[in-house]
Design a protein around this ligand. Structure first.
Ligand SMILES: [Zn+2]
Length: 378
Protein backbone atom coordinates (compact mmCIF):
# COMPACT_ATOMS: atom_id res chain seq x y z
CA UNK A 1 0.00 0.00 0.00
CA UNK A 2 1.43 3.40 -0.95
CA UNK A 3 0.79 6.52 1.17
CA UNK A 4 -1.65 7.99 -1.37
CA UNK A 5 -3.57 4.71 -1.50
CA UNK A 6 -3.60 4.54 2.29
CA UNK A 7 -4.93 8.08 2.46
CA UNK A 8 -7.86 7.21 0.16
CA UNK A 9 -8.60 4.15 2.29
CA UNK A 10 -8.54 6.17 5.52
CA UNK A 11 -10.90 8.79 4.04
CA UNK A 12 -13.29 6.00 3.02
CA UNK A 13 -12.96 4.43 6.47
CA UNK A 14 -13.81 7.68 8.24
CA UNK A 15 -16.62 8.79 5.92
CA UNK A 16 -18.27 5.45 5.22
CA UNK A 17 -18.13 6.21 1.46
CA UNK A 18 -17.32 9.14 -0.81
CA UNK A 19 -17.54 10.19 -4.44
CA UNK A 20 -14.38 10.54 -6.54
CA UNK A 21 -14.95 14.29 -6.68
CA UNK A 22 -15.05 14.58 -2.88
CA UNK A 23 -11.96 12.37 -2.54
CA UNK A 24 -10.04 14.50 -5.06
CA UNK A 25 -11.01 17.63 -3.15
CA UNK A 26 -10.04 16.19 0.23
CA UNK A 27 -6.69 15.04 -1.12
CA UNK A 28 -6.01 18.18 -3.17
CA UNK A 29 -5.52 16.05 -6.29
CA UNK A 30 -6.68 16.48 -9.87
CA UNK A 31 -9.53 14.23 -11.02
CA UNK A 32 -7.25 12.11 -13.28
CA UNK A 33 -4.65 11.65 -10.51
CA UNK A 34 -7.33 10.55 -8.06
CA UNK A 35 -8.96 8.23 -10.60
CA UNK A 36 -5.62 6.51 -11.17
CA UNK A 37 -5.29 5.77 -7.44
CA UNK A 38 -8.87 4.56 -7.04
CA UNK A 39 -8.56 2.36 -10.16
CA UNK A 40 -5.56 0.65 -8.55
CA UNK A 41 -7.47 0.17 -5.30
CA UNK A 42 -10.49 -1.26 -7.14
CA UNK A 43 -8.14 -3.66 -8.98
CA UNK A 44 -6.62 -4.74 -5.67
CA UNK A 45 -10.13 -5.33 -4.28
CA UNK A 46 -9.81 -2.75 -1.46
CA UNK A 47 -12.40 -0.36 -2.89
CA UNK A 48 -15.77 -1.04 -4.49
CA UNK A 49 -18.15 1.19 -6.44
CA UNK A 50 -21.74 1.59 -5.45
CA UNK A 51 -24.48 3.67 -7.00
CA UNK A 52 -27.11 4.99 -4.69
CA UNK A 53 -30.15 5.85 -6.75
CA UNK A 54 -32.87 7.54 -4.76
CA UNK A 55 -36.20 6.88 -6.51
CA UNK A 56 -37.01 10.53 -7.02
CA UNK A 57 -33.61 11.38 -8.50
CA UNK A 58 -33.30 12.47 -12.08
CA UNK A 59 -30.35 11.59 -14.29
CA UNK A 60 -27.36 9.47 -13.49
CA UNK A 61 -26.95 8.73 -9.77
CA UNK A 62 -23.52 9.63 -8.34
CA UNK A 63 -21.05 6.76 -8.02
CA UNK A 64 -19.83 6.37 -4.49
CA UNK A 65 -16.68 4.56 -3.53
CA UNK A 66 -16.63 2.43 -0.41
CA UNK A 67 -14.10 0.39 1.51
CA UNK A 68 -14.22 -3.38 0.98
CA UNK A 69 -13.68 -4.32 4.63
CA UNK A 70 -12.71 -7.93 3.92
CA UNK A 71 -10.14 -7.17 1.22
CA UNK A 72 -7.30 -7.85 3.62
CA UNK A 73 -6.75 -8.92 7.22
CA UNK A 74 -4.31 -8.12 10.00
CA UNK A 75 -3.32 -9.96 13.16
CA UNK A 76 -3.08 -8.31 16.58
CA UNK A 77 -1.12 -9.89 19.41
CA UNK A 78 -1.06 -8.96 23.04
CA UNK A 79 1.96 -10.26 24.91
CA UNK A 80 0.99 -10.15 28.56
CA UNK A 81 2.96 -11.35 31.56
CA UNK A 82 1.28 -14.78 31.60
CA UNK A 83 -0.39 -15.32 28.26
CA UNK A 84 -0.65 -14.14 24.72
CA UNK A 85 -3.94 -13.24 23.07
CA UNK A 86 -4.36 -12.95 19.34
CA UNK A 87 -7.08 -11.75 16.99
CA UNK A 88 -7.37 -11.66 13.24
CA UNK A 89 -9.49 -8.71 12.09
CA UNK A 90 -10.59 -7.19 8.82
CA UNK A 91 -9.96 -3.60 7.71
CA UNK A 92 -12.60 -2.17 10.06
CA UNK A 93 -11.40 -4.08 13.13
CA UNK A 94 -14.11 -6.75 13.06
CA UNK A 95 -12.83 -9.98 14.61
CA UNK A 96 -12.58 -12.98 12.29
CA UNK A 97 -10.59 -15.32 14.56
CA UNK A 98 -9.31 -15.20 18.12
CA UNK A 99 -6.95 -17.34 20.20
CA UNK A 100 -5.53 -17.26 23.68
CA UNK A 101 -2.39 -19.15 24.77
CA UNK A 102 -0.99 -19.45 28.28
CA UNK A 103 2.80 -19.55 28.61
CA UNK A 104 2.40 -22.37 31.14
CA UNK A 105 4.20 -22.87 34.41
CA UNK A 106 7.81 -22.41 33.35
CA UNK A 107 9.20 -18.92 32.71
CA UNK A 108 9.36 -18.39 28.98
CA UNK A 109 12.46 -17.21 27.09
CA UNK A 110 12.60 -15.27 23.86
CA UNK A 111 12.93 -18.27 21.55
CA UNK A 112 10.11 -20.05 23.36
CA UNK A 113 7.89 -16.99 22.98
CA UNK A 114 8.69 -16.70 19.27
CA UNK A 115 7.74 -20.37 18.79
CA UNK A 116 4.41 -19.75 20.57
CA UNK A 117 3.66 -16.61 18.56
CA UNK A 118 4.49 -18.33 15.25
CA UNK A 119 2.27 -21.33 16.11
CA UNK A 120 -0.57 -19.03 17.15
CA UNK A 121 -0.39 -16.92 13.98
CA UNK A 122 -0.22 -20.03 11.77
CA UNK A 123 -3.28 -21.42 13.55
CA UNK A 124 -5.31 -18.25 12.94
CA UNK A 125 -4.39 -18.24 9.26
CA UNK A 126 -5.25 -21.95 8.92
CA UNK A 127 -8.59 -21.52 10.70
CA UNK A 128 -9.57 -18.62 8.46
CA UNK A 129 -8.50 -20.69 5.41
CA UNK A 130 -7.08 -17.52 3.93
CA UNK A 131 -3.97 -17.21 1.75
CA UNK A 132 -1.02 -15.63 3.58
CA UNK A 133 -0.98 -12.87 0.97
CA UNK A 134 -4.25 -11.63 2.52
CA UNK A 135 -2.44 -10.76 5.80
CA UNK A 136 -1.21 -7.17 5.54
CA UNK A 137 0.77 -7.24 8.76
CA UNK A 138 0.99 -8.08 12.43
CA UNK A 139 0.77 -5.63 15.33
CA UNK A 140 2.02 -6.36 18.82
CA UNK A 141 0.78 -4.51 21.89
CA UNK A 142 2.81 -4.71 25.04
CA UNK A 143 2.54 -3.40 28.56
CA UNK A 144 4.69 -0.34 29.06
CA UNK A 145 7.86 0.61 30.78
CA UNK A 146 7.64 -1.92 33.59
CA UNK A 147 7.12 -4.81 31.30
CA UNK A 148 8.00 -8.27 32.56
CA UNK A 149 8.26 -9.44 28.96
CA UNK A 150 10.87 -6.75 28.33
CA UNK A 151 13.25 -8.61 30.58
CA UNK A 152 13.46 -11.51 28.17
CA UNK A 153 14.73 -9.31 25.39
CA UNK A 154 11.70 -8.08 23.49
CA UNK A 155 12.49 -4.53 24.37
CA UNK A 156 10.97 -1.55 26.02
CA UNK A 157 8.09 0.02 24.13
CA UNK A 158 9.12 3.48 25.28
CA UNK A 159 12.38 3.19 23.40
CA UNK A 160 10.85 1.49 20.40
CA UNK A 161 10.72 2.95 16.97
CA UNK A 162 8.23 0.21 16.23
CA UNK A 163 10.43 -1.91 14.03
CA UNK A 164 14.05 -2.92 13.42
CA UNK A 165 13.99 -4.69 16.72
CA UNK A 166 15.54 -8.16 17.02
CA UNK A 167 12.29 -9.69 18.27
CA UNK A 168 10.12 -8.31 15.47
CA UNK A 169 12.89 -9.03 12.93
CA UNK A 170 12.99 -12.69 14.02
CA UNK A 171 9.20 -12.92 13.79
CA UNK A 172 9.21 -11.37 10.32
CA UNK A 173 11.82 -13.91 9.21
CA UNK A 174 9.84 -16.85 10.55
CA UNK A 175 6.44 -15.72 9.28
CA UNK A 176 7.23 -13.70 6.16
CA UNK A 177 4.75 -11.06 7.35
CA UNK A 178 5.76 -7.54 8.48
CA UNK A 179 5.54 -6.84 12.22
CA UNK A 180 5.38 -3.67 14.30
CA UNK A 181 4.88 -3.19 17.99
CA UNK A 182 3.92 -0.44 20.40
CA UNK A 183 2.51 0.24 23.84
CA UNK A 184 -0.77 -1.59 24.43
CA UNK A 185 -2.86 1.29 25.87
CA UNK A 186 -1.62 3.62 23.11
CA UNK A 187 -2.58 1.00 20.51
CA UNK A 188 -6.06 0.64 22.04
CA UNK A 189 -6.45 4.43 21.88
CA UNK A 190 -5.75 4.09 18.16
CA UNK A 191 -8.45 1.41 17.89
CA UNK A 192 -10.94 3.65 19.72
CA UNK A 193 -10.22 6.76 17.63
CA UNK A 194 -10.73 4.97 14.29
CA UNK A 195 -13.20 2.20 15.06
CA UNK A 196 -14.69 2.74 18.52
CA UNK A 197 -16.03 5.29 20.99
CA UNK A 198 -13.46 7.88 19.89
CA UNK A 199 -14.54 8.09 16.24
CA UNK A 200 -14.63 11.65 14.94
CA UNK A 201 -12.62 13.04 17.89
CA UNK A 202 -9.17 14.58 17.52
CA UNK A 203 -7.57 13.75 20.86
CA UNK A 204 -8.52 10.50 22.55
CA UNK A 205 -7.18 9.48 25.95
CA UNK A 206 -7.77 5.81 26.67
CA UNK A 207 -7.41 4.85 30.35
CA UNK A 208 -6.64 1.18 30.91
CA UNK A 209 -7.08 -0.26 34.36
CA UNK A 210 -5.69 -3.81 34.43
CA UNK A 211 -2.70 -5.12 36.38
CA UNK A 212 -1.55 -1.50 36.44
CA UNK A 213 -3.18 1.81 35.60
CA UNK A 214 -1.99 3.01 32.21
CA UNK A 215 -3.24 5.22 29.46
CA UNK A 216 -2.62 5.96 25.83
CA UNK A 217 -3.18 9.07 23.75
CA UNK A 218 -4.15 9.06 20.08
CA UNK A 219 -4.11 12.30 18.10
CA UNK A 220 -5.81 12.36 14.70
CA UNK A 221 -4.86 15.26 12.44
CA UNK A 222 -6.61 14.65 9.14
CA UNK A 223 -3.92 16.49 7.17
CA UNK A 224 -1.16 14.27 8.50
CA UNK A 225 -0.41 10.85 7.20
CA UNK A 226 -0.50 8.97 10.47
CA UNK A 227 -2.47 9.18 13.67
CA UNK A 228 0.14 9.66 16.36
CA UNK A 229 0.03 7.65 19.54
CA UNK A 230 1.93 7.54 22.77
CA UNK A 231 1.78 6.07 26.23
CA UNK A 232 0.63 8.28 29.10
CA UNK A 233 1.88 7.06 32.47
CA UNK A 234 -1.08 8.37 34.44
CA UNK A 235 -0.58 5.61 37.02
CA UNK A 236 2.82 7.05 37.91
CA UNK A 237 1.70 10.56 38.72
CA UNK A 238 2.91 10.95 42.30
CA UNK A 239 0.16 12.22 44.57
CA UNK A 240 1.94 11.75 47.87
CA UNK A 241 5.66 12.53 47.84
CA UNK A 242 6.25 10.48 50.99
CA UNK A 243 3.81 7.76 50.07
CA UNK A 244 4.22 4.05 49.43
CA UNK A 245 7.12 2.96 47.27
CA UNK A 246 6.04 2.19 43.71
CA UNK A 247 7.44 -0.38 41.27
CA UNK A 248 8.67 2.55 39.16
CA UNK A 249 11.02 3.57 41.96
CA UNK A 250 8.98 6.65 42.85
CA UNK A 251 6.71 7.17 45.83
CA UNK A 252 3.01 7.70 46.27
CA UNK A 253 2.06 7.05 42.64
CA UNK A 254 -1.62 6.64 41.84
CA UNK A 255 -0.88 3.03 40.97
CA UNK A 256 0.18 2.21 44.55
CA UNK A 257 -3.47 2.77 45.52
CA UNK A 258 -5.24 1.95 42.29
CA UNK A 259 -4.02 -1.21 40.59
CA UNK A 260 -5.49 -4.69 40.41
CA UNK A 261 -3.09 -5.94 43.09
CA UNK A 262 -3.67 -2.98 45.43
CA UNK A 263 -7.47 -3.27 45.18
CA UNK A 264 -7.55 -7.05 45.62
CA UNK A 265 -5.34 -6.68 48.68
CA UNK A 266 -7.61 -3.98 50.11
CA UNK A 267 -10.65 -6.19 49.47
CA UNK A 268 -8.92 -9.26 50.94
CA UNK A 269 -9.54 -11.26 47.75
CA UNK A 270 -7.26 -13.22 45.45
CA UNK A 271 -9.20 -12.80 42.22
CA UNK A 272 -11.60 -10.29 40.69
CA UNK A 273 -15.08 -10.65 42.23
CA UNK A 274 -17.81 -11.68 39.76
CA UNK A 275 -19.53 -8.28 39.95
CA UNK A 276 -16.27 -6.61 38.88
CA UNK A 277 -13.41 -4.97 40.72
CA UNK A 278 -14.68 -1.38 40.64
CA UNK A 279 -18.21 -2.43 41.72
CA UNK A 280 -16.77 -4.38 44.66
CA UNK A 281 -14.70 -1.36 45.72
CA UNK A 282 -17.59 1.06 45.34
CA UNK A 283 -19.66 -1.09 47.71
CA UNK A 284 -17.18 -0.23 50.44
CA UNK A 285 -17.21 3.55 50.83
CA UNK A 286 -14.28 3.60 53.28
CA UNK A 287 -12.06 1.78 50.78
CA UNK A 288 -13.31 3.55 47.68
CA UNK A 289 -13.60 7.23 48.69
CA UNK A 290 -9.87 7.95 49.25
CA UNK A 291 -8.90 6.05 46.09
CA UNK A 292 -11.54 7.77 44.00
CA UNK A 293 -10.24 11.14 45.26
CA UNK A 294 -6.74 10.22 44.05
CA UNK A 295 -8.12 9.05 40.72
CA UNK A 296 -9.81 12.43 40.28
CA UNK A 297 -6.65 14.27 41.26
CA UNK A 298 -4.45 12.35 38.80
CA UNK A 299 -6.92 12.68 35.94
CA UNK A 300 -7.37 16.39 36.58
CA UNK A 301 -3.61 16.80 36.14
CA UNK A 302 -3.57 14.57 33.04
CA UNK A 303 -6.52 16.34 31.40
CA UNK A 304 -5.08 19.81 31.94
CA UNK A 305 -1.75 18.73 30.45
CA UNK A 306 -3.02 16.64 27.56
CA UNK A 307 -6.30 18.41 26.70
CA UNK A 308 -8.22 15.38 25.38
CA UNK A 309 -11.67 15.66 23.78
CA UNK A 310 -12.71 12.41 25.35
CA UNK A 311 -11.52 9.93 27.95
CA UNK A 312 -12.44 6.34 27.20
CA UNK A 313 -12.33 4.05 30.22
CA UNK A 314 -11.33 0.41 29.67
CA UNK A 315 -10.16 -2.68 31.50
CA UNK A 316 -11.77 -2.82 34.97
CA UNK A 317 -13.19 0.67 34.32
CA UNK A 318 -14.95 -0.80 31.28
CA UNK A 319 -16.93 -3.15 33.52
CA UNK A 320 -17.54 -0.53 36.25
CA UNK A 321 -21.17 0.11 37.22
CA UNK A 322 -23.02 3.10 35.71
CA UNK A 323 -22.66 4.80 39.10
CA UNK A 324 -18.91 5.12 38.44
CA UNK A 325 -19.55 7.01 35.21
CA UNK A 326 -22.22 9.19 36.82
CA UNK A 327 -19.76 10.13 39.57
CA UNK A 328 -16.80 10.87 37.33
CA UNK A 329 -18.92 12.86 34.84
CA UNK A 330 -20.08 14.98 37.78
CA UNK A 331 -16.69 15.37 39.50
CA UNK A 332 -13.96 15.49 36.85
CA UNK A 333 -15.19 18.18 34.41
CA UNK A 334 -15.85 20.47 37.37
CA UNK A 335 -12.13 20.37 38.23
CA UNK A 336 -10.46 20.86 34.84
CA UNK A 337 -9.60 24.03 32.91
CA UNK A 338 -12.67 26.08 31.91
CA UNK A 339 -12.28 25.53 28.16
CA UNK A 340 -12.52 21.77 28.69
CA UNK A 341 -15.24 21.79 31.32
CA UNK A 342 -18.23 21.77 29.00
CA UNK A 343 -16.90 19.53 26.28
CA UNK A 344 -14.89 16.77 27.94
CA UNK A 345 -16.62 13.45 27.26
CA UNK A 346 -16.17 10.49 29.62
CA UNK A 347 -17.32 7.17 28.24
CA UNK A 348 -16.98 3.41 28.52
CA UNK A 349 -14.72 1.51 26.12
CA UNK A 350 -16.02 -0.11 22.92
CA UNK A 351 -13.67 -3.04 23.51
CA UNK A 352 -14.98 -5.10 26.39
CA UNK A 353 -13.08 -8.23 25.39
CA UNK A 354 -9.66 -8.74 23.85
CA UNK A 355 -8.98 -4.99 24.08
CA UNK A 356 -5.19 -5.31 23.92
CA UNK A 357 -5.18 -7.69 20.95
CA UNK A 358 -7.72 -5.50 19.12
CA UNK A 359 -5.54 -2.47 19.83
CA UNK A 360 -2.58 -4.36 18.33
CA UNK A 361 -4.72 -5.08 15.25
CA UNK A 362 -5.56 -1.38 14.99
CA UNK A 363 -1.81 -0.68 15.13
CA UNK A 364 -1.19 -3.09 12.23
CA UNK A 365 -4.05 -1.54 10.23
CA UNK A 366 -2.70 1.96 10.79
CA UNK A 367 0.88 1.16 9.91
CA UNK A 368 0.44 -1.36 7.08
CA UNK A 369 -2.83 -0.27 5.45
CA UNK A 370 -4.01 3.26 6.27
CA UNK A 371 -0.57 4.92 6.39
CA UNK A 372 0.68 3.01 3.42
CA UNK A 373 3.91 1.93 5.08
CA UNK A 374 3.87 -1.09 2.82
CA UNK A 375 2.11 -4.40 2.80
CA UNK A 376 3.86 -7.71 2.79
CA UNK A 377 7.60 -7.94 2.68
CA UNK A 378 8.88 -8.86 -0.72
ZN1 LIG B 1 5.12 4.72 40.01
Amino acid sequence: MRPSQGKVLSLLRDSGGMSRADLARRMSLSAPALTKITAELIDLGFVAESTQAPEASVGRPPVNLGLNADASFVIGLHLGPERLSAVMTNLVLETRQAADVSYGETPIDRDGLIDLVVACVEELIAREKTPRTMIAGIGIGMPGRFNPIGEIGIGNTNEADGHHHPFTALLEQRLGIPVQYDHNAASIALGEIHFGAGRGRKRVLYAFFAAGLGAGLAIHRPRERATSIRAVEVGHISLDLDGKECRCGGRGCLETELSEGALLEALGKISTPPEGLVAAMMDNEALWAPRYAKLLQAFTIAVNLIVPDIIIFGGHFGTAPDAFFEAIRRDLPARVLPELRDRLELVRTSFRENASALGASALALERFVYCGLGGRMS
